[in-house]
Design a protein around this ligand. Sequence first.
Ligand code: SAM
Length: 435
Amino acid sequence: SSISPFLELGPRTKANSLAVLHLSRDNLMPVYLQQTSGEHDGYSEGVVVNTRYGSFPHSTMLNVPWGSQIRASKVDTGSRGRKRKRVPGDEADRDNESGADTTTTNPAAAALNANGVKEAVAASSGFIHVLPPTPEIWTTSLPHRTQVVYTPDYSYILHRIRARPGAVVIEAGAGSGSFSHASARAVYNGYPQPDDADKKKKRGRVISFEYHEQRFHKMKQELADHCLDQIVHLTHRDVYKDGFLIEGSRSPEAEAVFLDLPAPWEALPHLSRRKPEGYTGLSEAAGQRKEGEGEWTSPLNPRKSVYICSFSPCIEQVTKTVSAMRRLGWVDIDMVEIANRKYHTVRDRVGLNMPVDRGVNNSARDDGIDGEGVGGGKKGGAVETSAHPWMDGRLVTRGEPEIKTHTSYLVFAILPREWTKEDEEATAKKYPIGE
Ligand code: SAM
């Protein structure tokens, strides 16, 4: 199969590949761009995305540089038969040898019904941008099946659990796949390639679990559609009961774990180096009950310290998780909350006969500290106009009065690597004491 656009992105949009249409800041629409024959038969526009900003035939969005601005179709006048109207700064403008969006002939709007034509005419002055599928953009546009982990949280989490190229990360539950996409990119180390000769090369993987059947199937399909199924290995499983072994009883040998579960303390006994108390093998539900029932292998990499993050919205969940971690030998336990805050920055134009925003923090200070004193560097009081009036005045910032964006508490911990008798002997041999 081909390489996921989430992992390696070409310079331009492609047919049969995912793109995200940016209609407005809060309105993103994932689409698979299709090469349709409609544009060639002079009869219809082929597949069209209809939005309140106008109609956008897929043919106009193919083979353009990522980030291009796309103008709405003007099906009433047939103007798309002429050169597409350009907008200053349009990427496609500077780089339009593709012609895919400029040479379309469209003499008729016959394929659109009368209503469709009317709407397209009304909105034909609109434009959208065609964005690449990155984990960040996917997070803001994905179909929500659950609460999801957002970029400010997962960027910090991936850093703390050391999810890096070649790493094996366990994730539960998969939910809507927001974290799965971000972690897949973090562990991707260039493998596998479509005709991969170097099969021995260790590739990074995300070992993911989801027990809600419908969500599991949706996500399985999504991973295949996004060509991420070679990196993200998804299992339908109740991890409280059946733990994290894969393909029956094989250990994924994970070195990092991310739990986004309602009761992480119920999953933690399985993330141990020792068999969980009372474990008698995979349940019937896991469909993998095997000979040697009760056999257990740790899902963790025995040669490495394992880094974990557990993501919970309530402090009561944190308390229970931390207690379980302590009991199970995790160390360096700490909790972090990512508190995102938006700052509104304006220029304080005191003395310029401009309205002054009295709500701005510390606007009365003239020492330039709270107002940052950058830019024009003019402090409160009379300010002469200059050749760059937009640079006059101090920059001042106003934060949101309260932080409304509590997502979750992040509990981090480390399980030290296993130290066996063999390790001790090998080390003693390598570094003899007293010689
Ligand atoms: N991290 C995900 C994302 O970024 O899209 C969202 C995870 S969602 C909040 C929690 C998921 O855990 C749900 O889809 C739920 O079905 C799943 N879940 C809950 N208990 C589980 C269990 N015992 N085993 C496996 N999955 C479970």
